[in-house]
Design a protein around this ligand. Structure first.
Ligand code: TIU
Length: 225
């Protein structure tokens, strides 16, 4: 097998084909503030166990991907310490008592450099893996992700992370409009809300895969050489 050989994964609405040379694993926002008890997500009243079920399958996939030497990109949602990249509209949205930039249980909420903003230890990036710090829900908006993908000739993304209907969906839509193919792994993405998770996956794969493909990490792993 060479990295240019085509790998075909069973997926919906039909099989997804990629070559390892032009594909990256994109792990979205697996941050302590979203996944850990005591973080921002839980402070807002959410059940973090719904997200934590994605940790194990992501670990399994990452281990295989890394062993093959294939490309990995991580993202983190958050803002500069001076909050210069935080739109006032985003700060006040939701009328929550604790806002982005305020002190939280793991440092200032969703501020770069704070403990809660960082990626959970179970999926911590390794040397050589790209980390994209993004101020929005989508990983392309106001980041250099598109440039990095162009420079590395990445044309397809295997997408995992949280949350299915927010940052995963926004990123897949942004990628689709830039001409990239995305395969979303249903067991490796999660939402605080089961119905939103299901709807988020459906929106991607309906209408002939209008934004991309949906599969399961078991199917992807079974397809790998
Ligand atoms: N990463 C991500 O999805 N950020 C969010 O704010 N998600 C919510 O579900 N709120």
């Amino acid at each position: 097998m060479t990295t240019t050989d085509i790998i075909t994964v069973e997926a919906e609405p039909y099989s997804f084909a990629f070559s390892a040379a032009t594909c990256a694993l994109l792990v979205i926002d697996m941050q302590r503030d979203f996944l850990e008890p005591g973080g921002f997500g839980e402070m807002l009243g959410n059940d973090v166990s719904a997200l934590r079920r994605t940790i194990e399958p992501n670990q399994r996939l990452l281990a295989v991907w890394r062993a093959k030497g294939w490309q990995v990109i991580h993202t983190r949602e958050g803002h500069r310490p001076d909050l210069g990249c935080l739109p006032p509209a985003k700060k006040i949205r939701g009328r929550a008592p604790a806002k982005i930039g305020d002190p939280g249980p793991m440092g200032r909420i969703l501020v770069r450099g704070e403990a809660g903003h960082d990626i959970i230890p179970e999926l911590y990036p390794q040397a050589g893996e790209v980390i994209i710090d993004k101020p929005g829900k989508g990983a392309f908006y106001a980041t250099d992700l598109h440039a990095i993908m162009q420079n590395r000739n990445i044309q397809q993304l295997i997408v995992t992370g949280v949350t299915t209907e927010v940052c995963v969906n926004t990123t897949v839509r942004e990628a689709n409009d830039r001409g990239y193919d995305c395969l979303v792994l249903q067991d490796c993405v999660g939402s605080y809300f089961p119905d939103m998770h299901e709807a988020g996956l459906k929106m991607i794969k309906e209408q002939g895969g209008i934004f991309g493909w949906v599969s399961h990490s078991d199917r992807l792993l079974a397809a790998l050489p």
